[in-house]
Ligand binder design. Structure first.
Ligand code: ZN
Ligand code: ZN
Length: 375
């Protein structure tokens, strides 16, 4: 099976976060001929494959993601998703295929020292899977000295390598606030408690809390994503509602400050209106913080391989579960350009370009040789 065939097979059969057993099985079967020293199931539906040189040295972890998204694919590809509302619109099908291709490359050219761990993590999209792996006692024997990962990045030239030292992606978390007041006749709203007025103030607050200057250290986004209020019953003043936001800031400290202010002020608004409210915080992503030496190593390998290198002046703004690994270990993530005309990530017509597969394999293989053999 070629890498393109593997990628398209995975693309046709996407699994959602935390349900990646079948995808894991495809990767496991593909990796078996590359004779890893061990294959271990971790973090629920995750998998790691170890390539141990048998010589003392450092441990490098290369991470890929296994999950697709609950998005219906809008494409007529021969290998389009066979499952309704399941699709690989973030390119994780390509990422995991490249890392599986690294396993093949390691059979040909194993590290001379230390060991390589290929980690296929579950549930990246929900910000859960990295923590599942880190918390799994089965992972304790595989502590890396360094970890690397890439994400394909639409809007950049195909095959370009996008690097940045320090913050690569922000801290992000999403929240739904449930508001419970009291319904009343629409002609007598004063007999009820309509959450609309509190919601209006919460929206004003969200707007006021933002700092839209991405060059600022305390860049803050509070983005409304969904609002629900009452029923379409014209005789009734609404009695319940919910409002959902995604919050983001460059660092975890700044994020925690934003979250604290937002929580305190929303609570004060609801209290002032006599509204009961509950919070549901979901999908927390930690800041991905790139180690300068690791970025330099990535630069060197990319340069040797003749790749265009793009120094990103600002962090990307999406949340990335790899942040948990860079909080726990030294490491770095880089971007791999997936084409200037490529649809944005999470769009229903996104499809990972197969032309990137050998490029990603070579980059990771180069990073492995440089890291394990020279240190
Ligand atoms: Zn994604
Ligand atoms: Zn992704």
């Amino acid at each position: 099976m070629t890498l393109s065939e593997l990628r398209q097979d995975i693309h046709a059969h996407p699994d959602l976060s935390g349900e990646e057993s079948a995808t894991r099985q495809r990767i496991r079967q593909f990796l078996a001929p590359s004779q890893p020293s061990e294959m271990v199931e971790v973090g629920g539906t995750g998998l790691l494959a170890v390539y141990d040189s048998g010589q003392p040295g450092k441990t490098l972890l290369v991470r890929a993601e296994l999950d697709g998204l609950p998005i219906h694919e809008r494409h007529d590809l021969p290998y389009r998703s066979t499952k309704a509302n399941h699709g690989h619109m973030c390119g994780h099908d390509g990422h995991m295929t490249m890392v599986a291709g690294v396993g093949q490359a390691l059979l040909e050219q194993p590290p001379q020292k230390g060991r390589v761990i290929l980690l296929f993590q579950p549930a990246e999209e929900t910000g859960e899977g990295a923590q599942w792996v880190l918390d799994d006692p089965a992972f304790a024997d595989y502590q890396p000295d360094c970890c690397v990962a890439l994400h394909n990045v639409p809007g950049f030239p195909l095959g370009s390598v996008v690097v940045r030292e320090g913050i690569f992606t922000p801290s992000v978390e999403s929240v739904t606030i449930q508001l419970d007041g009291k319904t009343a006749h629409a002609a007598e709203p004063e007999l009820g408690v309509n959450p609309a007025w509190a919601m209006q103030e919460i929206l004003h607050l969200a707007n006021a809390l933002r700092n839209l200057d991405p060059n600022a250290d305390d860049y803050r986004l509070v983005t409304p994503v969904e609002i629900e209020l009452g029923e379409k019953a014209f005789g009734t003043s609404a009695g319940h509602g919910s409002i959902s936001f995604t919050l983001r800031a460059w660092t975890k400290d700044r994020f925690d400050q934003l979250k604290e202010r937002f929580t305190r002020k929303v609570t004060a608004i609801c209290d002032a209106h006599g509204i009961r409210h509950t919070w549901q915080w979901v999908e927390p992503f930690y800041t991905t913080r790139n180690d300068a030496d690791t970025v330099q190593l990535i630069r060197q390998v990319a340069e040797q391989q003749g790749r265009q290198i793009i120094e990103k002046d600002m962090p990307f703004r999406w949340g990335e579960d790899f942040g948990r690994f860079t909080q726990a270990y030294t490491g770095a993530m880089f971007g791999l350009g997936s084409g200037e005309d490529q649809p944005a990530l999470h769009n229903p017509d996104f499809d990972f370009p197969d032309a990137l597969l050998p490029i990603g394999v070579s980059l990771f293989a180069g990073i492995i040789q440089a890291y394990c053999n020279d240190s």
